[in-house]
Design a protein around this ligand. Structure first.
Ligand code: F1X
Ligand code: MG
Ligand code: MG
Length: 282
């Protein structure tokens, strides 16, 4: 059977690798930091440049495809997922890490058709790890198959999460109460790489049992979500049920038992959806 989207996926892998080289090069230079929705929501010229490089290269090859790119949305482009082939791009996932040279920085490219992610590419460029997944065909890191952890006991687990970029005291209280509840189950430990995409690849790789976060955006998790599910994992909403990639809430786990156990401890909240009609960037 011919694979309709293989050309697009090959292009995404090549584009992510080129983007990663630009990011690595930029780490040698001074990084001028700007802010978006708040003083802790950072962006650099490298984020903007890398996103444009990826979008331009795709437009030349696949002129009918659409885009949701983090920095394009920040500049006022709509964040709407249609049934059309759509590239969902986070040029640098982990911009705060990039600014501080904290060594986990990823280029994340998801590709959706009929609102379903068909392939995902996450290039953790400082580790030189290329994570890929194609729907129905498994997940890989540098060509080696990935498999989630088999652990079903939450007390033997490591959980990844992040504090996020909201400094709204109510949201921070919810994040801390969830973290406290999860930690005190008790679990073996909590980790966070500072990038949702890498955290999800850690779940897919079997290094951590689960990752959860509220406040992420569709471009942070589109690619990673397929990498987790193709490695045998599950995705859920933070209140249970199906994940909605526009809802800014996600639990990605090795299995349903672990996912549901974490969900019992999460104090849920709902940031403004990515596809809310009058949403200003936040
Ligand atoms: O703005 P960036 O760097 O593209 O991404 C934001 C992000 O790194 O921040 C969160 C940390 O709280 C992560 O989960 C998420 O991936
Ligand atoms: Mg991001
Ligand atoms: Mg980013």
């Amino acid at each position: 059977m011919t694979d309709l989207w293989q050309n697009s996926m090959d292009h995404a892998v090549a584009a992510a690798r080129r983007a990663g080289q630009v990011v690595q090069q930029a780490l040698q230079d001074d990084r001028k930091v700007m802010t978006k929705s708040s003083s802790v929501d950072l962006v650099t010229q490298t984020d903007q440049r890398v996103e444009q490089l990826i979008i331009q290269s795709v437009k030349e090859k696949f002129p009918t495809h659409r885009f949701i790119g983090e920095e394009s949305v920040a500049a006022g482009e709509p964040c709407v997922l249609t049934d059309d082939p759509t590239w969902i791009i986070d040029p640098i996932d982990g911009t705060t890490n990039f600014v501080h040279a904290f060594p986990f920085v990823a280029v994340s490219i998801g590709f959706s058709v009929n609102k379903q992610v068909e392939f995902g590419v996450v290039y953790s460029c400082l580790e030189d790890k290329m994570f890929t997944a194609r729907r129905g065909r498994g997940a890989f890191c540098n060509g080696e198959p990935l498999q989630v952890s088999h652990q079903t006991d939450i007390k033997q687990s490591i959980i990844a999460t992040e504090f996020g970029s909201s400094r709204d005291p109510e949201a921070v209280d919810k994040i801390f109460s969830s973290l406290r509840n999860v930690l005190c189950i008790p679990i073996h430990g909590v980790r966070g790489a500072g990038t949702a995409a890498v955290n999800m690849c850690l779940v897919a790789s079997g290094c951590v049992e689960a990752y959860y976060e509220t406040g992420i955006h569709v471009w942070d998790v589109a690619a990673g979500s397929l990498i987790v599910s193709e490695a045998g994992g599950v995705l859920m909403d933070t209140e249970g049920g199906e994940v909605d990639l526009m809802s800014r809430r996600i639990v990605a786990a090795n299995n349903r038992t672990i996912a549901e156990r974490i969900i019992r401890e999460i104090d849920p909240f709902s940031p403004t959806r990515d596809d809310a009609p009058s949403k200003s960037s936040q």
